[in-house]
Design a protein around this ligand. Structure first.
Ligand SMILES: Nc1nc2c(ncn2[C@@H]2O[C@H](COP(=O)(O)OP(=O)(O)OP(=O)(O)O)[C@@H](O)[C@H]2O)c(=O)[nH]1
Ligand SMILES: [Mg+2]
Length: 353
């Protein structure tokens, strides 16, 4: 290791050399830029990294265009139900077993590897709502470099709403996580609340400087090195260069995920609940005055939705609703609640115009 660079820099450089995909290259280069020496002697090194960043970005753009042109090659699974959750695991890890247990799909389950060769879809019932489950063929060491259709499979994961990792042991779980990370898929990590927009004025402007966890000069130097010469940056949470580096990397995607080991005894009800929870939605049932509740087709709305917003979803006539009666989360059953009332899971709603 050269004497004038840090351990972090060297680690990022090794990651760059081993990176097989442009996404992984970009992540490593941004990390190298962040950890590069900030003194004058490091100028050439920083310049060299900047040029590499620009080249990788061009490569990514080219690849995007090529993928668009070649069309048919990609595997796509059209979304259905209230959310799409993909079952991901190494060969023979129990994915099909889980799909069968959760969605009742008659899928081939066998003791040999690669039994499942293309995506298999099922619908998991959760209190009347349907969550779409997709088992994809196994991820292996090297999927992120394209082994066994790896890139297409990873693209299915990127497009899904949430992920179930089907794992048999810790060692395999870490290989799996590594393949996903190399493909820019980050599990259970928060998307940085940093906005970096191409600025129309010359230079770099920063709003929310109180959140900055490094010197302003360092941030400006880092952004310039990463190719942002004119930019407007808005910080909304404590932010260091690591976070900025992530925010700059548009190829990263953030997914909710849970791990399930079917070999340790499967608690179907609990797993179903966990799968549903990942989607960040609540289920609402409706009833008409004097009628029974319709439990067959709940409305799934994002957490935080108000009675008024849900009403609009249900019917255009409800957009000028006056109030609603609510059973469930309210203090009294059948209580009158205003439009602004925030709905909770399993609430029952009766709307009055
Ligand atoms: N002992 C034991 N075996 C299980 C259990 N669950 C599944 N299996 C076996 O594990 C093997 C693999 O299960 P699958 O569900 O086909 O695994 P998969 O991940 O879909 O496999 P591929 O599609 O080939 O990647 C099969 O032989 C199952 O019978 C369990 O709880 N205990
Ligand atoms: Mg299978």
């Amino acid at each position: 290791m050269p004497a004038n660079v840090t351990y972090e820099f060297e680690k990022a450089r090794i990651n760059f050399e081993q990176a097989a995909s442009p996404e992984a290259k970009l992540a490593a280069l941004l990390e190298m830029q962040r950890a590069s020496p900030s003194h004058k002697g490091g100028e050439n090194l920083r310049k060299d990294i900047s040029q590499k960043i620009a080249a990788v970005k061009r490569e990514m753009e080219r690849k995007k265009l090529q993928d668009k042109k070649s069309g048919g090659k990609s595997i796509s699974v059209p979304k259905e139900g209230i959310g799409q959750v993909v079952l991901v695991g190494m060969p023979n890890s129990g994915k099909s077993t889980l799909l069968k247990a959760l969605a009742g799909v008659e899928v081939e389950i066998a003791p040999y590897e690669f039994t499942t060769t293309k995506p298999v879809v099922g619908a998991m019932d959760f209190h009347g709502a349907k969550v779409q489950l997709v088992e994809i063929p196994a991820i292996v060491e090297g999927s992120s470099c394209g082994k066994f259709n790896g890139l297409q499979l990873l693209a299915v994961i990127r497009n899904a709403d949430a992920v179930v990792l089907v794992v048999r042991d810790k060692e395999k779980e870490s290989i799996l996580m590594e393949e996903l990370a190399k493909a820019g898929i980050l599990l259970n990590e928060k998307k940085p609340k940093v906005k970096i927009m191409a600025g129309s004025y010359k230079g770099i402007s920063i709003a929310g400087k109180k959140f900055l966890k490094c010197r302003e000069k360092e941030l400006v130097q880092f952004l310039k090195g990463a190719g942002c010469i004119n930019a407007s940056v808005i910080l909304n949470e404590p932010t260091d260069l690591k976070l900025v580096s992530r925010a700059l990397n548009e190829s990263l995607c953030y997914k909710n995920a849970i791990s399930v080991n079917v070999f340790k005894g499967l608690e179907v009800k609990k797993v179903k609940r966990q799968v549903f929870e990942m989607l960040g939605k609540v289920l609402i049932y409706t009833k008409k005055p004097g009628r029974e509740v319709d439990y067959t087709q709940p409305l799934a709305v994002p957490k935080g939705t108000s009675v008024g917003q849900a009403a609009k979803h249900l019917h255009k006539d409800f957009s000028n609703m006056k109030y609603a009666k609510l059973w469930g989360s309210s203090k009294y059953q059948g209580q009158r609640v205003p439009k602004e009332y925030e709905l909770k899971n399993f609430d029952i709603l009766e709307i009055y115009c």
